[in-house]
Design a protein around this ligand. Sequence first.
Ligand SMILES: Cc1cc2nc3c(=O)[nH]c(=O)nc-3n(C[C@H](O)[C@H](O)[C@H](O)COP(=O)(O)OP(=O)(O)OC[C@H]3O[C@@H](n4cnc5c(N)ncnc54)[C@H](O)[C@@H]3O)c2cc1C
Length: 476
Amino acid sequence: MLDLIVIGAGPAGARAALRASACGLSVLLVDENPDAGGQVWRPLPEGFSRRDDAALSAEARDGDALRRELRRAGIECLFGHKVWNIGSDLRTDVIGPSGSQSLKPRALLVATGTTERVVPFAGWTLPGVIGLAAATILLKSQNILPGRRTVVAGSGPLLLAVAAGILKAGGEVAAVVDLASRGEWLRALPSLLGRPDLIRQGIAWQWQLRAARVPIHYRHAVRSATRSGEGFSIRIGAVDANGSAVSANVPEVDLHADALAVGHGLVPGTDVTRLLRARHRFDRNRGGWIAQADPDGRTSVKGLYIAGDGAGIAGAAAAGAHGEMAALACALDLGAIDDATHARERAPLSAQWARSARFGHAMARLMALRDGAVESMPSEVVVCRCEDVTRGEIDAAVREGARDLNQLKAWTRCGMGPCQGRTCGDVAGALVAAHVGSREAAGCFTGRAPLRPVSLAEVAGDYNYADIPIPKAAPL
Ligand SMILES: Cc1cc2nc3c(=O)[nH]c(=O)nc-3n(C[C@H](O)[C@H](O)[C@H](O)COP(=O)(O)OP(=O)(O)OC[C@H]3O[C@@H](n4cnc5c(N)ncnc54)[C@H](O)[C@@H]3O)c2cc1C
């Protein structure tokens, strides 16, 4: 019998699979991407190769090393496969190019990472406006620019990473628009001291922007993006520390570009833990709703473990150590290792996690959702882009009696589309909370299958119509 399925082959899931296998567990690692690496160490798409290995970034090298290690260790992997359903007995339904299969492990380790958050503004659904984190996918996997001239806006460290990445790939950055103030970045510095490598990287990005004379607008946000000729007119305006628009005495500025990369942080992926009805809690500084777990990733559901950014945003370096800690906990609980081995192997991982998570948590605080940004959204702006539900419709539903996110979903279809609320859920939750008093009262969407869009044909597989058993008519 299979001991452990690990969902997600980012730093958390891949390291978890390696450690669990080293402890003697039989492990299957599943990821919808074509190879391991997750969001930060993204593999190249199939059929692509690198022209210049000497110019590889540290991230690309780390990703290649991890993929080699997985192959050397002989970890069984299902890449290009998505997990679309999980039963309460942990039976895991997986779909890939060769069809669907159901697997029943003794334990399940969820390392599914995060989703990007965008606080909607007029024009955010136009072609040419993309997520900040999404821009890293374009840049990393295919070296493609979001546009010739891009405005980079939002919050957190991805702002600098994307702006520097665009310059490196030969593009132009019209401006960086940062929700945070310079002071907020400076106040985060003490938490960054444990990671001099990352501080050096941040300083190098700052220098690249300065050398290219890229203007940085601190404490500003995008108010609207409108089509103008071949590109966009992007209106930005000042905000206060809570993200609320400030209008008195501060003129708005119009920027011109042919692309806008904008993102307001990352939201932990809780679709699996919500589907399995694990207990959750709201923690704004860790990204929002997260499954309740002990430090080793044991959730309230027996046999279900979580690790990495999906357990609360802490960054890639912390994700790897967390994945290994969760794997050790699982090996201990399944009887593959004894207490002494567990304690000995866990100690260095726990120290590594604490060092890295300090940095990651400081960055997560900079990216945390600011309620003022949500309050400042105009009424006609679309919040749920799968089902075209506007802020005005959400406010009206709550005024008329929808008391939490699930009632809102039933009344308006907000969160009922193909993304299952991954994109809109956090902002919709903040809108409901403004009426009902707290995020806890507003709750989160109940997890439902399918976790990923799947076609009925894929789920049904090959069959002859004549072989479908037709039940006899019930006696009258
Ligand atoms: C789009 C995006 C880009 C990012 N870019 C950067 C960056 O450039 N630099 C940086 O420092 N941080 C980046 N981050 C943050 C980064 O994700 C984390 O710090 C780090 O990768 C966390 O590692 P993890 O293992 O927890 O999750 P991830 O690396 O996100 O790995 C999760 C994996 O789970 C897989 N998965 C999820 N659900 C399913 C499912 N149902 N079936 C099958 N597979 C599934 C995903 O394909 C993914 O490979 C990015 C985040 C996002 C959302």
